[in-house]
Write a protein that binds this ligand. Structure first.
Ligand code: AMP
Ligand code: ZN
Length: 486
């Protein structure tokens, strides 16, 4: 039986519409698998959130756009989705690989703030506000997601470590409490482990105290800073926060856990080890990982200094949804290389899509009718989120004369629900005074001076310069009018 004929499952109870089938690539098996939720019609989903020591970059945003696209596909199929994205708002005085300098400490130093729990929290809240705004701008409804702060869940993290100790999975050394990775029968279920990855820096001199190189810290004592615990003052290890918050908010067994592929070898293997050791149950049924956004062939990351922020995208005059369109043009498991030229192509494609949607809305009067094009679109997106192919189907069908405006409108409605590109009510390109960047205002003034002195060559040059910033100037009866180039 082909996957198209597989589309509608027979699992619906009498009276309830049946849930269509979805397939996701599960990192546990490396295979594309049929998705079956643990509870009927409900999906429990956890995505590892960013460490809020600075502004999240557009590479980070790829991870959340992917998990939002998964959530959209599930919701449209008829599931209720409970989604958690954690906010890491304190350091662990260790980096994520348990080596090198802690990111939050670095962030405090950068902003000239003293090392304290209050300052860590304040720093994190400042960047969390920017992060949440960025998410909204790329079409993510943040009210549908819970964003727990790690610092609000320290008692849960301590309780979790105690359970691991009681069950014999943790041991104490002078440098902290460690998880014993030789105990679980299947440590490293997700693969990708490099035994040296979790070694601490020689500065910490704790390597020799670990029983196995892959053992990782659960509690890190500190003489000055942190929370009180049975192991003295200190900090929970980096991995325990996700296990503890996932259990506190979603329960011991969840359906989907997501994150970027860099989290597989250490963080996610460690989360599985801790959670399954504590509960004796399967922690996560489907692990899904997005590939990187790259810049010039390398992973975009702050430590490499090759990052772009949402503010850069907006400053250049792009609509934030152009970034979403750009991401959706690639499959989530494929690395994607960023450039502003590529973003500009995505922006102009989205602009055309918005115009086409407006026309079809008028022609159809906003009435939709099911067609084979919509069935194909849905089957494609439900097949491991094949967004590039789904966008291809959308374009081909909208251009085709085979479909009526009503059939096209129905396709647009489904595309909008799945892709989150504001196709139903495209944004207008009108700008208010506050939307216009200062440098563009200066260019406009300079162009007016050139025009008034009849230096049209210079005026045209400035118009092109304004256009390269993403704006269009048109000269009306009341003077120049500026619009955003959608
Ligand atoms: P971090 O704050 O580094 O923990 O990152 C937050 C999320 O963004 C994690 O799921 C990372 O795997 C993901 N991430 C970080 N950099 C990139 C990138 N360049 N491309 C895609 N995802 C990324
Ligand atoms: Zn995590």
């Amino acid at each position: 039986m082909s996957w198209i004929t597989h589309l509608f499952s027979k699992r619906g109870k009498a009276g309830q519409p049946s849930i269509p089938q979805l397939f996701f690539t599960n990192t546990l098996s490396g295979e594309r698998e049929l998705f079956i939720s643990q509870k009927p019609r409900e999906v429990l989903m956890y995505t590892c959130g960013p460490t809020m020591y600075g502004t999240a970059h557009i590479g980070n945003l790829r991870a959340y756009i992917v998990s939002n696209t998964v959530a959209r596909a599930l919701i449209s199929a008829g599931y209720r989705v409970r989604q958690v994205v954690n906010i890491t708002d304190f350091g662990h005085l260790l980096s994520e690989g348990d080596t090198g300098e802690d990111k939050m400490t670095k962030g405090l130093k950068r902003e000239g703030l003293a090392l304290s729990l209050e300052n860590m929290r304040a720093l994190a809240e400042k960047y969390t506000a920017i992060f949440l705004q960025d998410l909204e701008e790329v079409g993510i409804d943040i009210d549908k997601i819970t964003f727990p702060r790690a610092s609000d869940y320290v008692p849960e993290q301590i309780a979790f470590i105690k359970t691991l100790e009681q069950k014999g999975y943790a041991y104490r050394t002078k440098s902290g409490v460690y998880f014993d990775t030789s105990r679980p029968i299947h440590y490293g279920k997700l693969g990708g482990i490099n035994k040296n990855d979790q070694q601490e820096s020689p500065r910490l001199k704790s390597r020799e105290e670990k029983r196995n190189p892959s053992d990782f810290v659960l509690w890190k004592p500190d003489n000055h800073l942190g929370w009180q615990s049975p192991w003295g003052l200190g900090f929970p290890g980096w991995h325990i926060e996700c296990s503890a918050m996932s259990r506190a908010l979603l329960g011991q067994e969840i359906d989907i856990h997501m994150g970027g592929q860099d989290l597989i070898p250490i963080h996610h293997n460690n989360e599985i080890a801790q959670s399954e050791a504590a509960s004796g149950r399967t922690f996560v049924h489907y692990w899904m990982h997005n590939a990187f956004l790259t810049m010039g062939g390398e992973k975009a990351s702050k430590s490499l200094g090759n990052v772009v922020y949402m503010s850069d995208v907006i400053e250049k005059g792009f609509h934030p949804l152009a970034l979403r369109y750009f991401f959706l043009q690639a499959h989530y498991r494929t690395p994607l290389s960023f450039s502003f030229d590529a973003l500009a192509s995505a922006a102009s494609a989205l602009d055309r899509l918005w115009k086409t949607s407006k026309e079809i809305k008028e022609e159809s009067g906003g009435k939709g009718e099911m067609s084979e094009a919509t069935t194909r679109f849905l089957a494609t997106i439900r097949d491991d989120l094949a967004t590039p192919q789904a966008i291809g189907i959308l374009w081909d069908s909208l251009k085709s004369e085979e479909y009526t405006p009503e059939q096209k409108w129905r396709l647009i409605e489904e595309a909008d629900a799945h892709l989150g590109l504001s196709l139903i009510s495209p944004p207008t390109n009108e700008l208010t005074e506050t939307d216009i960047p200062e440098e563009v205002k200066k260019m406009l003034d300079a162009r007016e001076i050139a025009r008034k002195s009849k230096d049209f060559k210079e005026a045209d040059r400035i118009r092109d310069e304004i256009a390269s910033c993403g704006y269009r100037v048109e000269d009306g009866l009341d003077g120049p009018m500026l619009t955003r180039r959608l």
